[in-house]
Design a protein around this ligand. Structure first.
Ligand code: IMP
Length: 197
């Protein structure tokens, strides 16, 4: 199957290709007239609504129906911090830009409950139907930035199963095994590997 991934993030594209490629799927970046489109994000409480809205915007750019050998994927993710009522959640990208990781560390000063969770939703459109798959990675917010790998909040996010390392101190493949995005993509993989009835 040819799978068009709606993303401007090459790291996400690579992660999806690494998982879906070995099964014979060809993951390519979604482009419209040669340009990677930027979509508006609804001010929403949930990343699922954001993923579905971006999917609708992407499908609106494709004239007619896509053939049954092709599919479209959209993924939306965020960091949800327990003691901040789930903030920044669906606003993770905006908050990373405006407050930065140092801003989050300042908001967390003096907090004993540092539990947090990365969440991801992958929306998959095939044969006229959009299916969604969720993934989560539980962990906590560190007291300082550590590591050079990954992206976004990785230098301050310590997954529960990482022996105290931040995501930025893990290799890409170590992160993919436990990550929210990896979990959602593996569920998608399971779904498309099922024999069709
Ligand atoms: P997106 O809208 O799915 O690209 O993700 C929104 C924001 O969530 C990103 O810009 C990052 O700030 C944050 N985020 C999502 N996934 C990750 C991750 O795996 N590591 C670090 N930050 C992430």
């Amino acid at each position: 199957m040819k799978i068009f991934f709606v993303t401007g993030n090459k790291g996400k594209l690579l992660e999806a290709s690494e998982l879906l490629g070995p099964l014979g799927h060809n993951v390519v970046q979604f482009a419209h007239n040669g340009v990677i489109p930027e979509f508006s994000e609804p001010q929403s409480e949930g990343i699922e609504e954001v993923a579905i809205s971006k999917m609708e915007q992407a499908l609106g750019m494709i004239p007619g129906e896509i053939d049954s050998d092709s599919a479209v994927i959209v993924e939306d993710a965020g960091l949800f911090i327990g003691s901040l009522g789930g903030f920044p959640g669906p606003y993770s990208s905006y908050v990373e830009d405006k407050l930065g990781l140092d801003g989050i560390l300042r908001l967390m000063e003096g907090k004993t409950n540092r539990n947090a969770e990365y969440r991801a939703v992958v929306a998959f459109h095939h044969d006229g139907i959009t299916h969604t798959f969720r993934g989560a990675c539980e962990g906590s917010i560190g007291s300082e930035k550590r590591g050079d790998g990954g992206f976004g909040y990785d230098p301050i996010f310590i997954p529960r199963s990482s022996n105290g390392r931040t995501c930025a101190e893990m290799t890409a493949s170590e992160k993919s095994v436990i990550s929210h995005r990896g979990e959602a993509l593996r569920k998608l993989l399971e779904f498309i590997s099922l024999p069709s009835t």
